[in-house]
Write a protein that binds this ligand. Structure first.
Ligand code: 13P
Length: 253
């Protein structure tokens, strides 16, 4: 946690489920909101389930986000979805630069930066993901890789748009493995320095999330670490009970 920053607990549902399942999961999160006094909640369903999830949480303080957006505003780009379309569908946030998109679709920092800029232009808050591979960590390059991803991926206006950064070590995603507490704290301290150098004062209050095998059993420990202002949760966000338990473990910022 960072004093003065309210934690954000975000669920990345990835490519899972049906529209009916998305509505029921969103409804389950909404129904358990009383348990979560100290954190903001965000759920990120697949594009085609955004409407169903948004309808299920309507008028409640659960934000909706998408998992990607186009860098372009509109036009002949088959299969792409613009940031303005996401805003129109009820989104307040969009994840960009997730390592699965960087790997599956060859998205480099410049593309991530353009997508984050498009999100800001449409009034969305971008959640920009960064993180090293296992080989990079083993080579002692984790902090320099993440620093370089931040410099390459954060667009102008990111601080003013209350943009969010998520540190997700690639080797910790979906594996049940997490970095040590000391490693997470060290990386988040480095990220705080980097975003403050890039964004000025806004960098001090930019939310820095940790993601990668966050679950109810490790959430309290991870969320209490300095400069960890929330979590980006994959697998455990597919069960309302687990997602709510993680959110309930967040110390009030
Ligand atoms: P897991 O929580 O399943 O490790 O996924 C993390 C992630 O990639 C969230 O974006």
């Amino acid at each position: 946690m960072t004093p003065g920053i309210r934690p954000l607990i975000a669920g990345n549902w990835k490519m899972n489920g049906t529209a009916r399942g998305a509505a029921s999961l969103a409804e389950g999160v909404r129904a358990g909101l009383d348990r979560v006094a100290g954190a903001d909640l965000l759920i990120c369903p697949p594009f085609v389930h955004l409407h169903a999830a948004a309808a299920a949480v309507a008028w409640k303080p659960v934000a909706i986000g998408a998992q990607d957006c186009s860098a372009l505003p509109d036009g002949a780009h088959t299969g792409d979805v613009s940031a303005a379309m996401l805003a129109d569908a009820g989104c307040g946030y969009v994840i960009v630069g997730h390592s699965e998109r960087r790997a599956d679709h060859g998205e480099a920092d410049a593309v991530v930066r353009a997508k984050a800029a498009a999100a800001i232009a449409a009034g969305l808050i971008p959640v920009v993901c960064v993180g090293e591979t296992e080989a990079q960590r083993d080579a002692g390059e984790a902090e320099s890789v993440v620093g370089s991803q931040l410099r390459g991926s954060l667009p102008e206006g990111f601080g003013a748009a209350r943009g969010v950064v998520a540190y997700e070590p690639v080797w910790a995603i979906g594996t049940g493995r997490t970095p040590t507490e000391a490693d997470i704290a060290a990386m988040h301290a480095r990220m705080r320095e980097e975003v403050t150098a890039l964004l000025g004062e806004a960098g001090r209050t930019t939310r820095l999330l940790y993601g990668g095998s966050v679950k109810p059993s490790n959430a309290a420990t991870i969320l209490a670490l300095p400069n960890v202002d929330g979590a980006l949760v994959g697998g455990a966000s597919l069960k309302a009970e687990d997602f709510l338990s993680i959110a309930a473990a967040a110390p009030a910022g």
